[in-house]
Design a binder for this molecule. Structure first.
Ligand code: AOS
Ligand code: ZN
Ligand code: ZN
Length: 386
């Protein structure tokens, strides 16, 4: 059995970043169902994110998305976040919605469009300077729908050139996180389809570049924990976009479809003693049919539960079973931890930190949901599925 104090210390070191767009109206390309009380401004998104931190004690930062969260005074937004008890996390760029990007952004064959995309990415670094953000998160929708549509190799050259310019602009302590996605919106080929492509570009760029794993961006059946283990060993795992998928990039609550997968991922993190700040544990999800703040609370708690189970794995027993070739014994050590009910442990941990043991109930009792419904008319579209 692992030492309980170590398990608690590990859990205390885990911080989960919530995305501003999880609080706004968003959904699928078929229909966005507007909800009452959703934020009208980036400030209101931050105050919603602060509620998640207030009740879980483990979500101290909020990721912004530019231009959805554009304000005149980013330093003022950061100061507002600070007053609310949170801080601004990763800056997520957007080079996928402007009509100019129909055939790609940084890989577009037209140099004018490429320049426009790079300018946006550079502006995101300016915003990082103003907000004090460490991370620039890059996701490109760039890709091809048809064989022959453009030159696969030239597009890699254009991508490398754009990344280099942005990388060179990063200040001290700033990082670039390169997210990959196998499919969608391009279906024949995407320009950063997998972790290998992202990893190769990061290595070429230098130590400030690292891979972001979005758990919804793989082919069905992909062994994501292998990717985690590989990138940790190589020192290039920079971040997660946690969410949950049944089929594709579903963007559902983290741990909803496959809590066992989330446990296996968190086990690799625990095994590498990497629960600290070097990895940005972010959520990337949208809540179309469920209330938003409670859904983010649920996701944060699901990640905490998976992490608690991962920390409970008896690593000595596991290693000795592995080294003696005890296949069933090794598997049993892992399953024993996974099958432990960790909810009482997490409730204790919260109580020890002066929090309510049940964040969802505490949020419900706080009256915040009623207050925002009364105060906010005409909530803002988060940006997705307009
Ligand atoms: C898109 O599929 C990705 O998951 C991105 O992380 C996207 O940029 C994010 O959802 C919003 O910025
Ligand atoms: Zn993502
Ligand atoms: Zn995605």
């Amino acid at each position: 059995m692992s030492n309980l104090a170590d398990v608690k210390a590990g859990l205390r070191s885990l911080h989960i970043e919530t995305p501003s767009w999880a609080y706004g109206n968003s959904g699928t390309r078929f229909k966005v169902f507007p909800q009452q009380g959703v934020p009208r401004t980036p400030f209101e998104k931050i105050s919603d994110a602060a509620q998640v931190h207030r009740f879980t004690g483990t979500a101290p930062s909020v990721a912004l998305h530019i231009p959805w969260d554009r304000v005149d005074d980013f330093a003022g937004l950061a100061a507002y976040a600070h007053d609310q008890g949170v801080r601004i996390g990763a800056i997520n760029s957007n080079v996928f919605q402007d009509p100019d990007y129909m055939l790609g952004s940084v890989t577009n064959p037209d140099p004018r469009v490429r320049r426009k995309a790079v300018q946006h990415l550079l502006e995101c670094v300016d915003i990082m300077d103003a907000t004090g953000s460490r991370d620039l998160k890059l996701w490109f929708s760039d890709g091809l729908n048809y064989p022959g549509q453009d030159d696969l190799r030239d597009r890699q050259d254009r991508l490398a050139e754009a990344l280099r310019e942005v990388y060179d602009r990063l200040g001290q302590g700033q990082r670039m996180l390169l997210e990959y996605k196998l499919f969608e919106p391009a279906f024949y080929a995407t320009d950063v389809p997998d972790w290998g492509t992202s990893y190769a570009h990061c290595v070429e760029l230098g130590p400030k570049a690292a891979v972001c794993i979005d758990t919804g961006h793989h082919a069905p059946g992909t062994n994501i924990e292998f990717i985690v283990a590989f990138l940790l060993r190589a020192g290039r795992l920079g971040a997660f976009d946690f969410n949950s998928r049944f089929y594709a990039d579903d963007d559902l609550m983290a741990g909803a479809a496959d809590p066992f997968q989330l446990f296996r991922i968190m086990y690799e993190i625990a095994r590498a003693d990497a629960l600290g700040p070097d990895i940005a544990f972010m959520l990337d999800q949208c809540h179309n049919i469920e209330p938003k703040i409670p859904a983010v609370l649920r996701s944060v708690m699901n990640v905490q539960e998976a992490t608690a189970k991962a920390l409970l794995v008896d690593r000595d027993a596991l290693r000795s079973a592995q080294q003696t070739g005890d296949v069933l014994g090794a598997n049993a050590v892992l399953m024993d931890a996974y099958n432990t009910d960790v909810r009482p442990l997490l409730a204790d941990l919260r109580a020890e930190s002066g929090l309510d043991p049940d964040p969802t109930a505490a949020y419900r009792r706080s009256g915040y949901a009623e207050r925002i419904i009364a105060e906010r008319a005409g909530g803002q579209q988060a940006g997705w599925g307009a």
